[in-house]
Design a protein around this ligand. Structure first.
Ligand SMILES: [Zn+2]
Ligand SMILES: [Zn+2]
Length: 153
């Protein structure tokens, strides 16, 4: 029972993070913090982008949940924080490596799930401006992209 609760907290926080990331991307990064996100839409890729600072913002709740959970002996909080961190690591591999190939790993991924994510994210990047973008999610994208790439496969 103990592990069941903790593992479900971990999975819940991972899933919630997809929605939090979608919300933040749509309403904050393409909202009042556009000035931090803009260089990611410029089409020019630098080693570091201002946009990378969002990773630090998202690390704060994870760090707090883990640290305070350890200090107060609340294991649930530690697992919840670990779920946020796991999402961050996944986001890094999917967004920076698989989609944008900022590091040249896994370049020949052919799995239709990842091809759909890449396609949807490229559609997001079609616009270089704050307004008019679509596909703000990362691991969950509109069904039509999954259908397309699973049909091709
Ligand atoms: Zn964007
Ligand atoms: Zn991107």
């Amino acid at each position: 029972m103990y592990y069941l609760i903790n593992v479900s907290l971990f999975i819940t926080s991972f899933i919630l993070m997809e929605f939090a990331a979608w919300f933040a991307h749509k309403y904050i990064m393409h909202g009042f913090l556009w000035w931090l996100h803009e260089d990611h839409h410029s089409g020019k890729y630098h080693i570091f982008q201002k946009n990378d600072s969002f990773a630090l913002f998202f690390a704060i709740p994870s760090w707090l949940c883990i640290m305070l959970g350890l200090m107060w002996g609340n294991d649930g909080s530690v697992w919840f924080g670990a779920g946020i961190a796991a999402y961050g690591v996944t986001y890094f591999f999917v967004h920076e490596v698989i989609i944008h190939q900022r590091i040249k790993w896994f370049r020949n991924i052919k799995h239709p799930y990842f091809l759909a994510l890449r396609r949807a994210h490229k559609v997001h990047h079609k616009k270089l401006t704050k307004e008019g973008c679509e596909c703000f999610g990362m691991l969950i994208v509109p069904m039509k992209y999954f259908r397309e790439s699973f049909k091709k496969a």
